[in-house]
Design a binder for this molecule. Structure first.
Ligand SMILES: N[C@@H](CCC(=O)N[C@@H](CS)C(=O)NCC(=O)O)C(=O)O
Length: 209
């Protein structure tokens, strides 16, 4: 059983929920919008970010730590294996993260009344997200992110899933949910979302307002 601190909207938390669902690991979600769960989160993790999880008596602070440990201990099940030392998948996940982090920053800065006209940092976040998504769009073929390094690009079928695809899907679907970025600019990313969105682990973890 995985005890998970998070929200129903975070793309990073959703990755963990998807990997757990694919591997048949039961999850107890503690919604940190609840004051009690938020207080517990802050005693568990000094960075106060979600996801945080406890698994096999150990506490893990970050979506990468949690999903990689899940995959190593309970997987790979139906997912593509993940080699943490293969630079291709690592880089692709870093780019998906970079886009998501940048647009999360834009969302929170905008909610605080900071405009793109007033803040060069905010504009840089928007430009970073566009650069990152353009890079990914150039590498998506059907349901996969094709990565030059290592053997991974050639493993599995055209719509198989690994941590790279799950990171990209959750980032893109969050952007769509928050209207944070015009994904329509990239037809390959729109097609990628459409190919995967009915998969039960994705459909059952859609962000809810
Ligand atoms: N690198 C972290 C990023 C996690 C993250 O940014 N989580 C956001 C929610 S989507 C968060 O907790 N933000 C709260 C804050 O910044 O105060 C991971 O992969 O888990």
């Amino acid at each position: 059983m995985l005890s998970l601190y998070g929200t129903l909207t975070s793309p990073f938390v959703r990755r963990v929920r998807i990997v757990a669902a694919e591997l048949g690991v039961a999850v107890t979600l503690h919604d940190v919008n609840d004051a009690g769960a938020q207080a517990e989160l802050r005693t568990l993790s000094p960075i106060w970010k979600v996801p945080v999880a406890t698994l096999d008596g150990q506490t893990l602070f970050d979506s990468h730590a949690i999903t990689e440990v899940l995959l190593a201990r309970r997987g790979p099940g139906p997912l593509l294996p993940f080699d943490p030392l293969d630079p291709g998948p690592r880089n692709a996940i870093a780019v998906a993260d970079g886009a998501a982090d940048a647009l999360i920053n834009v969302l929170y800065l905008t909610r605080d009344g900071i405009t793109a006209e007033a803040s060069s940092y905010l504009r840089k976040q928007q430009e970073r997200a566009a650069a990152a998504l353009g890079w990914l769009a150039d590498r998506v073929v059907g349901g996969r992110v094709r990565i030059a390094d290592g053997e991974r690009a050639f493993a599995g079928g055209p719509n198989d899933l690994g941590l790279v695809e799950i990171a990209l899907f959750t980032a893109l679907d969050w952007m769509r949910f928050r209207q944070a970025y015009p994904i329509d600019r990239h037809p390959s990313l729109v097609a990628f979302l459409a190919l995967h969105e009915a998969r039960p682990s994705f459909a059952n973890t859609r962000p809810v307002a």
